[in-house]
Design a protein around this ligand. Structure first.
Ligand SMILES: [Ca+2]
Ligand SMILES: [Ca+2]
Length: 252
């Protein structure tokens, strides 16, 4: 009797094993240790034996994040060199250049786009407003100007008047657009020195169809004035002027 039960159990075990072995083979059910296998492979590319061991213990993602932090914290590119070549290593250098503004750091990046980003970061840190103009991509160029304005001691109000010609116009445009957008103030756009710049600034703000310095949204939602009529109550003072001076734009 015991023999029969044992036999049945053995047969069932073999059937169970066979079923799952086949399923895994033919339907490619992912094994739970697939992720670990990938990380071990990436860790294998590390030549430093101590770091390789750390990588295997912590997992590749966590390990390389620590190395990037160390590189920026200790301001030393040698930490980035430990990361196997690829995007993560490039990003390590790209982050490092924010604290070590040295062209040599960017030179170690292999990806051409990231290398370009790195050079742009360097220019933005140089505080050389004119140098930003050498950046081809309009968005990156704008970022470069903006970064210099923000980080300048005293901000745009101090930096812009110290520049001349086109540089000064670019500086004021970026400065007033930032201020106008953050305060939703149409009047600040009028301070931009060029006509194109004023238009550019106004386009970033919610529409003000009647040009009374109150956005359509504010007129409808807050002041209950006519968004298509600058002087809703017809008393000779625009809705914007009345709101600014504390009067009732609805004339009551
Ligand atoms: Ca309006
Ligand atoms: Ca009025």
């Amino acid at each position: 009797m015991i023999g029969i039960v044992a036999l049945i159990l053995i047969v069932l075990s073999i059937a169970f094993w066979y079923y799952y072995a086949r399923l895994e083979k033919f339907f490619l059910i992912p094994k739970s240790n697939d992720i670990i296998t990938t990380e071990v492979t990436e860790c294998n590319l590390i030549s430093d034996m101590t770091e390789k061991k750390n990588c295997e213990e912590e997992g590749y993602a966590a390990w390389q994040a620590v190395i990037k932090f160390q590189a920026s914290n200790k301001k030393d590119a040698k930490f980035c060199e430990i990361i196997p070549s690829g995007v993560e290593r490039d990003i390590c250098f790209l982050e490092l250049v924010n604290v070590v503004p040295d062209p040599q750091v960017c030179a170690r990046i292999s990806d051409s786009i990231l290398k370009g980003d790195c050079s742009n970061n360097l220019l933005a840190q140089s505080n050389d407003f004119t140098a930003c103009k050498t950046i081809q991509d309009a968005g990156d160029r704008h970022y470069c100007f903006e970064k210099i304005i923000i980080s300048y001691d005293g901000g745009g109000e101090k930096l812009c008047p110290s520049l001349s010609g086109e540089d000064m116009n670019i500086c004021w445009e970026i400065y007033y657009i930032r201020e106008a957008v953050s305060r939703v103030d149409y009047g600040l756009c009028q301070k931009v020195p060029t006509v194109a710049g004023i238009k550019n600034c106004l386009e970033r703000l919610p529409p003000d169809s009647d040009g009374d310095t109150l956005s359509d949204y504010m007129e409808i939602a807050i002041y209950k004035t006519n968004p298509l009529k600058a002087d809703t109550d017809g008393d000779g003072y625009s809705d914007g002027e009345e709101v600014k001076t504390g009067h009732n734009p609805l004339g009551k």
